[in-house]
Write a protein that binds this ligand. Structure first.
Ligand SMILES: C[S@@+](CC[C@H](N)C(=O)[O-])C[C@H]1O[C@@H](n2cnc3c(N)ncnc32)[C@H](O)[C@@H]1O
Length: 389
């Protein structure tokens, strides 16, 4: 691996810190200092740019930061960069071009900064990160707290090894291990803070057990259609309680096996049943993140996908595992076309009415609680309306 000397990126690093501060993602001088001291390009020596080939198929062009000034500059922009493709599906299609499914990325720096600020670390705190990836976030934590207090785990041993080497390049040696972070850290020790950069369907029991009393967990909870970042405190070993945060951003799902990716079986779609006008358009669903969170709570088994008709019309489609579906065009009349036993869109309209009657609460108006056993709970803080998830 050849990386540029740190000096080569000094001005880029400063510009990134300024941008993240102006955006309000970095809120404290301590995190500004940490971001200013860690060169992101060391952790992202190459990344994959998405492009579409002449057959309309998505592929990935590898960009090396040591030899390509634009690629280096991109590393210091506030962008998520794909850094790994699944080796079992990735195929080289050209000199620097691969097909395949992304399996790791260097997270959007403003999202990372917002989550680190939400973690409210203090000197002396021991932190566990789930999802080492490139090692950049682990390096930031080390810069803020000291290498002996930071632990990180990734399901992919190759990523852990690469991250270890990159940390060594900036003379940091911290505790990295390979394994399924959903089971916590293998030694079973407790931490003051846990931060996860892969999403989980609910906060795993092991994280609650491995958080010290009054410790904090910041993680992305995936609820189907939508999900979001939660900030929880663990008052004792029994319960993690808190709320969704306004720091919006989503992560790739946690997987239990480095080489295996969760896939969802597509149902056999029901025949079309009818079309009628609707009060909730695709634009309403697309542009209101907290409303999608409510939809996810109301329709836990549903999926939201884009449907492309033979005539090229794009629609937003809601579908259930039983094959029922309802779709409304992304551009065009406020109508819904549906099929199957369940007229799904009625439930979308009911959820829309509730969310509007409740004065369009943002996601931080929703609490989240999880005990090590059983379902997690989400509730709307001011009305107390609740869902088990
Ligand atoms: C968005 S990347 C993490 C970015 C990383 N924090 C960084 O600074 O580059 C998500 C990572 O989660 C890892 N991951 C997925 N499932 C996991 C699991 N069960 N336990 C630990 N890591 C997991 C992936 O391999 C991937 O590297």
């Amino acid at each position: 691996m050849s990386t540029l000397p740190l000096e080569a990126a000094r001005s880029h690093v400063g510009a990134l810190v300024d941008e993240l501060t102006v955006k309000g993602a970095i809120r404290t001088p301590q995190w500004a200092e940490a971001f200013a001291s860690v060169p992101r390009h060391v952790f992202v020596p190459y990344w994959y740019e998405q492009e579409t080939n002449d057959k309309g198929i998505s592929q990935w062009r590898r960009r090396a930061t040591a030899t390509d000034a634009d690629a280096l500059a991109a590393v210091y922009r506030d962008e998520t960069l794909v850094t790994a493709l699944d080796p079992s599906t990735a195929e080289q299609v050209d000199e620097n071009v691969w097909s395949g499914i992304p399996t790791s990325s260097s997270t959007l720096p403003s999202l990372m900064a917002g989550m680190l600020e939400d973690l409210s670390v203090e000197a002396g705190h021991r932190v566990l990160e789930i999802g080492t990836g490139t090692g950049y976030n682990a390096a930031l934590l080390c810069a803020r707290l000291g290498e002996h207090l930071v632990h990180s785990i990734d399901v992919d041993p190759a990523l852990v090894q690469a991250a270890q080497k990159r940390l060594a390049e900036i003379e940091v040696e911290t505790q990295l291990v390979a394994g399924d972070g959903q089971n916590g850290y293998p030694t079973g020790e407790q931490f003051d803070r846990i931060i996860a950069t892969c999403s989980v369907p609910q906060i795993p029991a092991a994280w609650i057990e491995q958080t010290k009393p009054n410790g904090i967990i910041v993680a992305d909870v995936s609820l189907g259609i939508e999900g979001g970042l939660v900030r929880l405190s663990v008052a004792d070993e029994q319960q993690a309680v808190g709320h969704f945060t306004t720091n919006s951003g989503r992560f790739m799902p946690a997987r239990s096996d480095a080489q295996n990716y969760p896939t969802r079986e597509r149902p056999v779609y029901a025949a079309e049943t009818g079309t009628h006008p609707t009060t909730v358009t695709a634009g309403d669903v697309r542009s209101n993140y907290p409303f999608r969170l409510v939809l996810a709570l109301e329709l836990p088994d549903a999926e939201l996908v884009y449907h492309s008709a033979d005539d090229g019309t794009m629609s937003l489609q809601l579908q259930l595992p039983d094959g029922s579906w309802a779709r409304t065009p992304v551009v065009g009349p406020a109508t819904v076309t549906y099929g199957g036993p369940d007229n799904l869109w009625d439930r979308v309209e009911d959820a829309w009415s509730w969310w509007n009657d409740a004065r369009r609460p943002a996601q931080d108006q929703f609490g989240y609680a999880r005990q090590p056993e059983g379902a997690a709970r989400v509730w709307h803080i001011s009305t107390g309306r609740r869902w088990n998830v």
